[in-house]
Design a protein. Sequence first.
Length: 260
Amino acid sequence: MDDGRLNNMPLIKPETRAGIVGMPPFSLIKELRNKKAVIFDLDEPIVKKNMEDALPFLPRVYCAVLRTVVLNSVNLNLDIIFIDVGPGKCDCALHVATILNHYLDIPVIKTTNLDNKGFGTPLCRTEMPLLEKMEKITLGVKKSRINEIDNLPSCRPDAGFWGVPPRDFSLLKLFPPTTNIYGWTRCMENKTPADQELESYFNPGIPTIFFAQSFCAKTALAKLLADCHPRGLYVDADVTAGSSVKAKIQAFLELSGVKL
């Protein structure tokens, strides 16, 4: 089913178990919240299953996040799924929607989020452990109201993290709390996931890790921006961030003079 219009949305009852992939339009999230739906962010590793269990549905060349989406979708008892298949997510999400629509007996609705009203990025710019900031930003995907965080003070950044939220949040522990966030994660907080200008923005004055999940199309942009940055390092990781990836990040930050 392909329809981002709310007036054609299937009936949402209180406690409807709705899965979301990427960032569906803000108006849709607001409608789900108003109808008191229970929202599951299927990008996050909710179901504790072996990633190999996704192979009957998706090949390994799909990123770990989309394989996680499939594992969640087939194992959670959901009533409906909304997948952003526009420029705010990725082309692969479109094919995942087709696969889930084939295997599941619930509506799988494709949406396209072209929202351009920005809500600001105070979390990306404040001093706070990077892992905690990332958790707050990803949690905000399911919210239709913005918390009172506009007054968070901006910090003087010592490092930058550009990219998508990693499936393995443990690598975020390597960064100092004065790390600023850029890339698609900043677009997430701003609630404008298709804003390519914002996604491509970085601060050339601070050492920056440009991160993407292995096999994600965003690896191309991450690599390009890292090459353009005077102190940038491109890094990708699949399901988990192994010791070599973490050692590379830690060494880069230390050699750049960042106090960890």
